[in-house]
Write a protein that binds this ligand. Structure first.
Ligand code: UDP
Ligand code: MG
Length: 332
């Protein structure tokens, strides 16, 4: 069977919201009238999410597949794992928390039919805390300046990608990445549409302030060397100026003799330079940390089990009574 649409949904501790998600997602997809599949990736949830996904798989085995991770590898790794398994011609990503209504998927598909290979989305009336909104608009501005990625609303995960883009993403071995931005770099004809945004239906946000900061560092360092280059440039200019300054002090020492005054000015300058040096070391660390992660080439995630109908089997006996399970941990 040719799958027209694959929907990839990362799930991490979403037991409270999953029932509502199933209740809205499946009717919305059925209504499209195209062959589809839903691929849930359980990112090592510690609640009943895995059990609920298994139940849902048993209810709709012909259109549902579930990847169970061995631990928590993060939202973007979960989506990556989904991408490596999808069979669809077009792929849509969606959060499990119903902040983006599944009913909007149809509009993304229509856009793809018009010939676009990347459909981004902009949240109409974003329903998040004021802090999240301000912080992310600041990050948007920074990203626009230092990368070539043009997105109005980088945080919205409801997006559609063509098979070609997803294949290209599957070629990437990177560990810390940001899928919408990575996909954008491969897009030939991107477009954006406005979508609705709702408050989280149930459960809590999985991102703490710290994790949001980490995610934004990923976004910047994965797509731009500008911070590093700016710093090394600034470092060079400043060290040049300091050499001039030391020369000037030496000349003064020779012409005027020793001066005790002005010691604090000197302290000020030293601390300023120290501050810049420390910041630079930290910035270097951000890149070096990623380089070392990358050279280690560890598996990016571990799959415990995949729940799916084997393709041949699905074709033979549809609707299938048995729901075989493919077990074993295959490193990704
Ligand atoms: N998520 C995940 N692994 C994580 C964190 C989040 O798979 O480590 C999933 C989560 O279940 C949800 C989506 O990623 O489907 C977005 O998370 P959340 O809604 O908490 O983020 P926010 O909307 O607050 O940015
Ligand atoms: Mg959310």
């Amino acid at each position: 069977m040719n799958v027209d649409l694959s929907v990839v949904i990362p799930v991490y501790n979403e037991e409270q919201g999953l029932a509502a998600l199933f209740a809205r997602l499946y009717p919305a997809l059925d209504a499209l009238g195209i062959p589809y599949e839903v691929l849930f990736v359980n990112d090592g949830s510690r609640d009943r999410s895995a059990a609920l996904l298994r139940e849902q798989f048993q209810k709709r085995p012909e259109v549902t597949r579930v990847i169970l991770f061995n631990g928590n590898f993060g939202q973007h790794m979960a989506i990556m794992a989904g991408f490596e398994q999808v069979r669809g011609r077009r792929i849509v990503t969606l959060d499990a928390d119903l902040q983006n209504p599944p009913e909007e998927i149809g509009r993304l598909v229509v856009k793809m039919d018009e010939g676009y290979d990347y459909v981004g989305s902009i949240r109409r009336m974003r329903r998040d805390t004021a802090f999240r909104r301000y912080a992310s608009s600041a990050m948007n501005i920074l990203r626009e300046r230092i990368t070539r990625i043009r997105m109005t609303d980088q945080g919205c995960m409801l997006r559609a990608y063509s098979r070609e883009i997803v294949d290209a993403i599957n070629e990437c071995r990177e560990v810390s990445t940001y899928i919408p931005a990575l996909a954008y770099t491969f897009a030939q004809r991107p477009v954006e549409i406005e979508v609705d945004h709702e408050e989280r239906a149930a459960g809590v946000s999985k991102y703490s302030l710290y994790q949001l900061i980490r995610l934004n560092f990923d976004l910047v360092t994965a797509f731009s060397l500008v911070p590093l280059q700016l710093f090394s440039l600034a470092g060079m200019i400043i060290s040049l100026l300091s050499i001039l300054f030391v020369g000037y002090l030496a000349v003064r020492r020779l012409l005027i003799g020793p001066e005790a005054e002005g010691v604090f000015t000197l302290f000020g300058i030293v601390f300023f330079l120290l501050g810049i040096a420390l910041f630079g070391i930290g910035l270097l660390g951000e890149y070096v940390g990623r380089v070392s992660q990358q050279v280690r080439q560890r598996p990016r995630y571990l799959i415990q089990a995949v729940l799916e109908q084997r393709e041949a089997e699905a074709a033979l006996l549809r609707p299938a009574p048995a729901t075989p399970e493919r077990d074993g941990s295959a490193p990704g």
